[in-house]
Design a binder for this molecule. Structure first.
Ligand SMILES: Cc1cc2nc3c(=O)[nH]c(=O)nc-3n(C[C@H](O)[C@H](O)[C@H](O)COP(=O)(O)OP(=O)(O)OC[C@H]3O[C@@H](n4cnc5c(N)ncnc54)[C@H](O)[C@@H]3O)c2cc1C
Length: 423
């Protein structure tokens, strides 16, 4: 349990406790993709950054998750200077095929709809994103990694925070502890964010009646770089292309159905999968275990307070439909980096609420729009109620027939709307 204390009157600069053994400008807790992207985006700014991660780097990189990565996220990685290392390991998708169960009125999106020649986005395995970011950070002078390390106490002062950190055990088996003083603490510690809870920041939202099953398959025929999103009354069903002609399945269903699907033997599961997916890719081979995820929508009521900012899942979570969650976190990281770099250049106090509020104003409403969009998609399509069925088929017809509407939906999904961070 993380302890959080507030002693507003003390002055950290003048009265450093003896045990403080590092002073930095920004301390980021959470070396997932959102936290690592923020640390990497603060390069060349002259700031000293500490990055704390609970798990050893190799363990963190071995996570099996897969993400659809938007064109904007790709641009952010390019601005940072890690895209060249990421790009060869991930798969572009060149077409998105959206359909309502087996209804023949399919909507197809192409790069040309956005005036692009090549691709509409990418699909990345976790390691393909985090490993290049870790390598980039390991080679950067401005970053000090504390990894594996656990944040155990935060002491908020009027002009900084003091973090108590428990590191890995030394040769004698004794856990090493560190004290870090920083102008600003950034919580990138995931949806359960102990920092957010300890700081008393309330959240709004709900858990969905559905869970998500994910697994990887290898189809007999080439996937042709097509991303499928098929809406069944039980929930959205996505198949995303991966390297080596593999595909990632993201299958939403009510909790009990999801548990039952996960418990099926491989042959029965594949049969159910083919029933949802169709046989356009021939025989399917299961490549690994199935994982079941609970799904929630969550928005933090505040993204900042004095000395603290939240990014990524610590600030918001959404339904996986449309593959938006991490992309929002990457965009948060780039936006916060831009705000902090501007403040640093002007010699302003980066931990002050006045500076941090620009980040909150920028990101909180933009994220809420996407959270609302994913919630709308899930609720609109996860139904067999005939007026809704008629309405959504009308919606699909409109997407096919009214080009500006199609283009707007595509721009929203690929991160082309809203204020764009500059690298
Ligand atoms: C089924 C499913 C499919 C999804 N598909 C997509 C998709 O296609 N596209 C997309 O954009 N998003 C997708 N998402 C959402 C995405 O997974 C999340 O938004 C993303 O993983 C959040 O990243 P993060 O870095 O904010 O947090 P996390 O990945 O949770 O990272 C938090 C890090 O903080 C560390 N940490 C926690 N506490 C401490 C502490 N006290 N001290 C030090 N370190 C700590 C943890 O070890 C962890 O490494 C999907 C989600 C689900 C469930």
């Amino acid at each position: 349990m993380l302890q959080s204390v507030s002693q507003p009157s003390s002055d950290v600069n003048r009265a450093l406790p003896q045990e403080v053994n590092m002073t930095c400008d920004v301390a980021i807790v959470g070396g997932g993709v959102a936290g690592a992207t923020l640390a990497a985006a603060l390069k060349n700014a002259g700031m000293k950054v500490a990055l704390l991660e609970l798990q050893p780097q190799a363990v963190a990189a071995a996570k099996t998750q897969v993400y659809a990565i938007s064109l904007l996220s790709a641009q952010i990685f390019e601005d940072i200077g890690v895209w060249e290392q990421i790009r060869p390991q991930i798969t572009p998708f060149k077409k998105i095929r959206l359909s309502d169960a087996d209804y023949p009125g399919v909507v197809e999106f192409y790069p040309e709809d956005l005036g692009k020649k090549e691709e509409l986005g990418y699909v990345a395995e976790h390691g393909a994103l985090i490993k290049p970011l870790q390598d980039f950070l390991n080679a950067s002078d401005h970053i000090t990694w504390f990894c594996p390390a656990e944040l155990v106490k935060v002491d908020y002062k009027s002009d900084g925070v003091i973090l108590e950190v428990r590191g890995a055990a030394d040769a004698d088996g004794k856990a090493v502890s560190h004290r870090i003083r920083s102008q600003l603490l950034v919580a990138a510690d995931g949806s359960k964010s102990p920092i957010r809870s300890a700081a008393g920041i309330p959240t709004d939202g709900w858990k969905y009646w559905q869970s998500c099953i994910t697994t990887k398959i290898k189809p007999e025929k080439p996937h042709n770089n097509i991303a499928y999103e098929k809406f069944w009354p039980s929930g959205p069903f996505a198949i995303l292309p991966l390297t080596g002609n593999r595909c990632n399945v993201v299958w939403t269903a009510p909790h009990a159905e999801a548990q039952a699907l996960a418990a099926l033997d491989d042959a029965a599961f594949l049969q159910e999968l083919k029933r949802r997916y169709g046989d356009q890719m021939g025989e399917l081979e299961l490549l690994g275990p199935r994982f079941v995820w609970s799904v929630q929508l969550m928005q933090s009521r505040h993204y900042v307070k004095d000395r603290l900012a939240l990014v990524g899942d610590a600030a918001h979570c959404c339904h996986p439909v449309g593959g938006q969650g991490l992309n929002l976190g990457i965009r948060d990281a780039a936006a916060l980096a831009q705000v902090l770099k501007n403040a640093y250049r002007k010699n302003a106090d980066m931990g002050s609420r006045q500076v941090l509020q620009e980040y909150e104003r920028w990101r909180q409403w933009e994220n809420l729009t996407i959270l609302g969009f994913t919630d709308f998609l899930d609720r609109m399509f996860s139904h067999n109620f005939w007026p809704l069925v008629a309405l959504r088929r009308l919606g699909l017809w409109a997407l096919r027939s009214i080009f500006p509407l199609k283009q707007f939906a595509l721009r929203l999904m690929t991160g082309q709307t809203g204020r764009r961070p500059v690298g």
